[in-house]
Design a protein around this ligand. Sequence first.
Ligand code: IMP
Length: 440
Amino acid sequence: MSNIVVLGTQWGDEGKGKIVDLLSPAFDAVARYQGGHNAGHTVYRNGTKVVLHLIPSGILRPGTLCVIGNGVVLDPRAFLDELAALRKVVDFRDEQIVISRHTHLILPYHRLVERISEDTLGERKIGTTCRGIGPAYEDKAARRGIRAGDLLDLAVLEDKIRQNTAEKNALIVRAGLEPLDPRAVFEEFAGYAESLRRFIGDASRLLNAEIKAGRSVLFEGAQGTLLDMDHGTYPYVTSSSSTAGGACTGLGVGPTRIDAVLGVAKAYTTRVGAGPFPTELRDELGKAIGKKGDEFGATTGRARRCGWFDTVAMAYACRVNGIDRLVMTKPDVLDGLAEIPVCTGYLYKGSLLDEFPTEPWILEKVQPRLETRPGWKLPVHEIRDWEALPPAFLDYVKFLEDRVEARFAVVSTGVERRDTIFNDGRLGGLLDLAKIRAAV
Ligand code: IMP
């Protein structure tokens, strides 16, 4: 039984939701380790679109344990709304969902503080999802955060909310906004305490017990490697550890319990929000790819910026996460292009960089070196076997692999579960493919 991390290798939106949903029959538990409802994991079930923001994508499979780790920040209102929406499309039991008692909560003042911070930054703004994610992580690091476990004692909760709201009100009033009423905030959260109580538990203990009993866990990443707070294009990043190490700190599971990291990579690249993006296409072709790929944020609806596959960034992502197997998503969006450029190096001040520079002041000045591969004429969407993939497509795959030291073991050719091609040999027994195929 393997325990694996599935994460994004680019700037998020690689299609992790579909992959986690597809692989989940081979796992007893799916655990989210970071981020919050800034994430949007889109899954299609028999033609119906389901967007998950907080609840692990394993919820669409009967009986799968879904854990929200301490590394996540949770907005109780968003969680309860998502739960209610999910109940309309899926059958699940509340006992399937566990929220770590150490998970930090997003409070109404976090959204206000974020709006003030983004407005103050003006042109330098990050372009966040404005869900209060960053300020909630700031409070966590400042050791004044309110955690899910605090909902279990209303006196503790009231005291913390009164103190924190007073501090934030000073800032809110300075920005010319209406202060929050601490009593009203407490009453709102006392209501959430009642609804959330049954979900709160010891996530680390539970997951370690599962693993010890021989059951398998899929660790589900949100956002992407290049949005990681430490390893991403700082400061144009999210506020959590979206790379593989985050799975350990965000759930209380040791690295010795994790067998592999599967990286999800789109056949091209997208980015939403501000920040450098060397292969960005600022022309009609970029817009056409965005339209064909339905590249609009699952959370905010913003149009995603589109560009070519970047092997410099991908090699870096494979290194910081320890990835040796990749999943390619959305190559069908490139179907029919006569040729496909790929970035294989960066020119900076007249020299070729051999490493991905994360500093935005370098990255925004690099010139991508593009090498062109022939496109494939046959649409990949209808193909079910690796051997049947067009030679030009396999050439594209090999060209990327030769530059990133990792191999593509799965190709997703459409939104439905059946639109997936596994390379059994390359997976080498990592996944229980019989279980996955039986559940497609
Ligand atoms: P925040 O996570 O809301 O603080 O936003 C920080 C940056 O991460 C912004 O550029 C967002 O657009 C980006 N971001 C956050 N969540 C996602 C996601 O799920 N997909 C893609 N980009 C995201």
